[in-house]
Design a protein around this ligand. Structure first.
Ligand SMILES: Cc1ncc(COP(=O)(O)O)c(C=O)c1O
Length: 345
């Protein structure tokens, strides 16, 4: 099966498995585990922040960031298609106890005028805006990368109003690769940032939240509250270290594969996708013109040994990763052409 559903299907590398076998097994929650601490320090260094905190998932790092920034009161502003809003099961409100306003955006970037209008001060009857969140790369917008100038302006607005900014950087290193800058250049425009080692970076488990030392200490308590203390986490953290040290430079290959995939789809029919809009490792193809649903398309792909995800009723989502090379890209394009030909008459 060629698996193009997501980049979380990546397998650990031989170097990761070796590092996992040799890792320490201290109690991260009690005295601290040396390998976890090394991953957290490396993450802080790569994002230009003071400290890092390792957790089991991106969903948890986002949730804990919201808890630590807001202390369970106030409004969170974030882009309408944000993963935190649409895919994390309402944890913002159901667990972190905050309410939110969704700001319309373009390619994942909030409309700055609407954002400015939405910021509310604390009054007698209102907690006011407690946090602004950004997401880069933006999953729902097809892996788009927030322009640094946009992030800088959002951060400046937040500072002007005394509001914190958190950035969901589940694929932060994809964004950095696309922009051709170190991840810290992105993270300087946000107070906290999280990234996953479990996606294109190929480690089996985890996400790291980074920010100031004080913020991370507060986050540590909230991580415990939501059950995120992992105890003997050295072996999984070890794979995360190898991910940061060896997997970042190859993300450009995933981006090139996504571009090739999009160009192939575009050549079948120009309405399917715009290769110019593919910035990282996600390609969306709108198959609505075929008259068949994205779910039906996914079934047809599966029958040809290719797994893809419907992004919505009319669009398919293809995600490239370490196990997708030229042969897999060519097979996906050929399958697409075949299904398209049999659907469109
Ligand atoms: C942008 C974004 N944020 C957060 C997450 C959540 O990560 P996890 O699946 O590790 O909880 C994802 C997962 O795909 C994501 O794409």
């Amino acid at each position: 099966m060629i698996d193009l559903r997501t980049d979380t299907v990546t397998q650990p590398t031989a170097a990761m498995l070796a590092a996992m076998q040799q890792a320490t097994q201290g109690d991260d929650s009690r005295d601290g585990d040396p390998t976890v601490m090394r991953l957290e320090a490396l993450s802080a260094e790569r994002t230009g922040k003071e400290a890092g905190l390792y957790m089991p998932s991106g969903t948890m790092t986002n949730l804990v960031a919201v808890l630590a920034h807001t202390s369970r009161a106030g409004e969170v502003l974030l882009e309408r298609g944000a993963h935190m809003l649409n895919t994390e099961l309402g944890g913002l409100s159901a667990v972190a106890g905050v309410y939110y306003k969704a700001i319309p955006g373009t390619r994942g970037a909030m409309d700055e005028d609407l954002l400015r209008e939405a910021v509310r001060p604390m009054t007698r009857n209102n907690f006011g805006t407690a946090l602004i969140c950004m997401e880069t790369t933006h999953n729902g917008a097809g892996g788009s990368v927030l322009p640094l100038a946009h992030m800088q302006r959002v951060h400046a607005l937040a500072r002007e109003r005394g509001i914190a900014v958190h950035t969901d950087g589940a694929r932060l290193f994809n964004a950095a690769t696309a922009l051709g800058v170190p991840a810290a250049e992105i993270a300087r425009h946000t107070d906290s940032v999280c990234f996953c080692v479990s996606k294109g970076l190929s480690a089996p488990v985890g996400s790291v939240l980074c920010g100031t030392r004080d913020f991370i200490e507060r986050a540590r308590a909230f991580r415990r509250m939501v059950g995120g203390n992992m105890r003997q986490a050295g072996s999984i953290a070890a794979a995360g270290i190898v991910a940061l040290e060896t997997m970042v430079d190859r993300l450009k290959d995933d981006h090139a594969a996504a571009k090739r995939l999009a160009a192939g789809f575009h050549a079948i029919d120009a309405s399917l996708t715009d290769p110019a809009g593919v910035e990282t490792n996600i390609v969306r193809a709108n198959v609505g013109a075929s008259g068949r649903s994205a779910a039906q398309w996914a079934e047809d792909f599966r029958a040809r040994g290719i797994a893809v995800s419907p992004a919505d009723t009319r669009s398919l989502r293809f995600v490239t990763h370490r196990h997708i090379g030229d042969a897999e890209v060519d097979a996906a394009i050929a399958a697409f052409a075949e299904i398209w030909k049999s659907s469109v008459r």
